[in-house]
Design a protein around this ligand. Structure first.
Ligand code: NOJ
Length: 763
């Protein structure tokens, strides 16, 4: 990472720390160690640290997967336990003090009992899991939920996920993922809030608050982990685990703010990412884990490595062996090693030889025990391990209702020609065609680690339960997701011909997005495209319902369908939420959190890009312009786009005055009118553009949004207050500052809509 000038804040902290640094130099060991702000002292924890052996400390700094359950990464049987007895023995030995992917109150109670009664230090264990979009009741994948632009919803679903997780002995979730993802080939786009930093910040905050609540010691809240720190979403070519080669200005302007938002909201843990940034893997990146995280931001929680990422520094070519990797990660500020066992194996010797100072280890132990204490585990070690709750508190009616609400609010109506939607519950014959119309195993999304497929509601079930005459709904698969079925197209065409309208349920399977699921072509698999093209030949109107974990390139009959719904993976209540919209009991309100490209090869494609010196505009022709031979510069459907069942008209953006002094503010307003005949919820978006800056700025940047309810015929004036904060960017000096000059501001229905007003910011 390019080290540019430190901020004032960082500088002053460094000054404060000078004494500490020089004392290390005097002692002569680990002279490159630069400490962060010390973790707060607590008598009970200090007492424990003073009595622990280095091996016991190394145990506290390690976490292992319960590989008897669901592996979430490669399992190395030499490094990790593979049976329940192994786990018990390793708890007794002090090696296992934290376990993830385990679930179940009875088992956890037994492990906790062993830890409290059969180990020397009697320190409680902590149990973690990837609770990303629900525990048993699944909510829409985070990308889908981000489409709702509804932070209150995101907070409530995270709280509900925490409620169910703590009913099955989970204290710590490895969520939210707050990586900004500008390349749709990257499979992990599904797990975050999409391409925009501001939306990412809002979702990060909401999810942390939902998971952690007001009281982390409560039996029903979980510790949040903002991941993956950092720039994991910036991997080159959208290929998972790849290098991220970005300048520090981009790191700070685009990728770090959602982390900062998560920590400001109270997240007490973070996970160092797999990728390197400009050659420095995150788990060994002192600048990231210590200078920025603890120095500048005064983060008080713990850093856990992502699954063996400390060991992977050997593959990166950053560490020569496990010992070296251990040293580099602990010195960089990674407190806890996930899954590799390296800290357990190497810390004692590294400390014995003076290559890692005991105080460095103690500081990490202090942070880990501090988090255990914050969770209330010392006073209540059996918290969230109630066998009764595990039975009573899963799939509560209110959580199922919330899953349905979330599903409904996450579907983006991309296109609705001739108002073909909503459909009628009676008197209309519907053919539901496609491999994703009635497959429970493709409803939940990539991170349902405890999948409850039996209770998942498919689109066929959802439609079937609402349609008045069940005989008016014909369900035909037509093909598999990735392969033709013999006679499949013929029977689908027959069903289409007999129907008034076709709903085409096509897209990706659950396992085509998520970790290690990068794609080269982000298209709908050929078998489904062939099916769609054949159905279109019947001439029947088509409503496409997409199942997907990323923005897709749409082609042929799918692109040209009369209506398109981006439905992501909507979770347990998928089919019911969709049917609520398709039959018009509710109007769609979600917006795209990622831009749909014209062609896959446009990736990375994001609305808030910079201008080139030869931009293509719609009027200046194509010669010597920024475009591809086969596709223009723009998206098919850009970030922020989405329709309702009504018609919302935007008046021009207006400002309370054309000039704004640096420390002043102005009101930016626009009148929006629901000129349709239905009630609608509109996501009103506020964008800015800095026309001339010392570092060129994006063509537009989202700065705020509001969810506005409008009755049919209703008009409202929407106001946003503009301050210099909205106009600031990360300058070459790494400070977040605004520069005087001209700006465009928009109140708009999407990142490409609206009529701008001009503002001059004066020095
Ligand atoms: C690797 C993934 O990158 C991370 O997101 C996850 O939390 C861990 N595995 C643990 O499952």
């Amino acid at each position: 990472m390019t080290r540019l000038m430190a901020s004032n804040d960082q500088q002053s902290r460094r000054d404060l720390l000078k004494g500490a640094v020089s004392s290390i130099v005097i002692f002569g060991a680990a002279s490159n160690y630069r400490p962060a702000l010390a973790a707060p002292r607590d008598r009970q924890i200090e007492n424990l640290i003073s009595r622990m052996t280095i091996q016991e400390k190394a145990g506290q700094l390690s976490i292992f997967s319960d590989s008897t359950r669901i592996p979430t990464g490669p399992i190395n049987p030499n490094a990790t336990p593979t049976t329940t007895d192994d786990i018990k023995n390793q708890i007794r030995s002090g090696k296992i003090t934290a376990l993830f992917s385990a679930r179940g109150a009875a088992g956890a109670r037994e492990y906790q009992r062993i830890s409290l009664e059969e180990t020397r230090m009697k320190i409680p264990m902590v149990f973690a899991a990837d609770i990303i979009h629900g525990c048993i009741t699944q909510f829409p994948i985070p990308l889908g939920e981000a489409a709702s632009f509804d932070t209150d919803l995101a907070m409530r679903t995270a709280a509900a996920a925490a409620f169910e997780s703590t009913a099955t002995a989970i204290h710590w979730t490895f969520a939210p993922m707050v990586d900004v993802a500008r390349d749709q080939r990257w499979g992990r786009v599904a797990e975050g809030a999409g391409e925009d930093t501001y939306l990412g910040e809002q979702m990060a905050k909401a999810r942390v608050k939902g998971f952690q609540g007001d009281n982390l010691k409560s039996e029903t809240t979980v510790l949040a982990c903002a991941k993956h720190f950092a720039a994991y979403g910036a991997v080159q070519g959208g290929m998972d685990y790849n290098t991220a080669d970005i300048p520090e200005t981009t790191l700070r302007q685009v990728h770090l703010p959602p982390f900062k938002a998560a920590f400001d909201a109270g997240a007490l843990s973070t996970m160092s990412s797999f990728n390197d940034i400009a050659g420095v893997p995150s788990t060994g990146n002192h600048h990231l884990l210590t200078d920025i995280l603890r120095g500048e931001w005064a983060f008080k929680g713990l850093v856990v490595s992502d699954y063996t990422s400390e060991a992977e520094m050997i593959n990166h070519g950053f560490a020569k062996d496990g010992r070296d990797a251990t040293k580099k990660s602990i010195m960089a500020g990674c407190d806890m090693s996930m899954q590799s066992g390296l800290y357990w194996d190497h810390l004692p010797d590294l400390v014995a030889k003076g290559e890692v100072l005991m105080r460095v280890v103690d500081e990490a132990v202090r942070r880990v025990l501090g988090v255990k204490k914050a969770l209330g585990l010392f006073e209540n070690p059996y918290r969230s391990m109630s066998v009764e709750r595990e039975v009573q508190d899963m799939r509560k009616p209110e959580n199922i209702a919330l899953a349905r609400e979330a599903a409904r609010k996450s579907v983006v109506l991309i296109k609705n020609e001739g108002d073909i939607l909503p459909l009628k519950k009676s008197g209309q014959k519907i053919a539901l065609i496609g491999p994703l119309g009635d497959d429970k195993t493709q409803t939940l999304g990539c991170w349902a680690i405890f999948p409850d497929f039996d209770n998942a509601v498919t689109l066929a079930q959802g439609l079937g339960s609402q349609i008045v005459d069940r005989a008016n709904l014909k369900v035909v698969k037509g093909c598999e997701v990735n392969a033709a079925i013999e006679g499949g197209i013929a029977s689908a065409m027959a069903a289409a011909q007999a129907a008034d309208v076709v709903i085409l349920a096509v897209g990706e399977t659950q396992d085509m997005s998520g970790e290690a699921q990068s794609r080269v072509e982000i298209t709908i698999p050929k078998a489904q495209q062939d099916l769609a093209d054949a159905i279109a030949a019947t001439g029947k109107p088509i409503v496409v319902v997409l199942t997907h974990g990323r923005a897709l390139e749409l082609q042929g009959a799918i692109k040209n369908a009369q209506a398109i719904m981006a439905a992501w993976f909507l979770g347990s209540e998928s089919g019911n939420g969709l049917a609520d919209l398709i039959f018009g009991d509710f109007s769609p309100s979600a917006r795209l959190p990622v831009s749909f490209p014209l062609r896959s090869g446009q990736q990375p494609l994001y609305y808030n890009h910079r201008r080139t010196g030869r931009p293509q505009t719609t009027t200046n022709g194509t010669e010597y312009r920024t475009r591809y031979r086969e596709a223009a510069f723009e998206a098919l459907y850009s970030f922020g786009h989405g329709l309702t069942y009504s018609k919302i008209e935007y008046g021009p953006t207006q400002i309370s005055g054309p000039q704004m002094p640096m420390n002043g503010q102005i009101a930016v307003t626009a009148t929006i009118k629901n000129s349709g005949i239905r009630q609608a919820r509109e996501v009103v978006q506020f964008y800015v553009h800095d026309k001339v800056a010392s570092i060129t700025q994006p063509v537009r940047l989202l700065k705020d949004f509001k969810l506005v309810d409008l009755a049919a015929g209703e008009t409202k004036t929407i106001e946003f207050i503009l301050t210099k904060q909205d106009l600031a960017f990360v300058r070459a000096n790494l400070r977040h500052e605004a520069e005087a000059g001209e700006f465009d501001v928009w109140i708009a229905p999407s990142s490409v809509g609206g009529v701008a007003a001009k503002v001059v910011l004066t020095a």
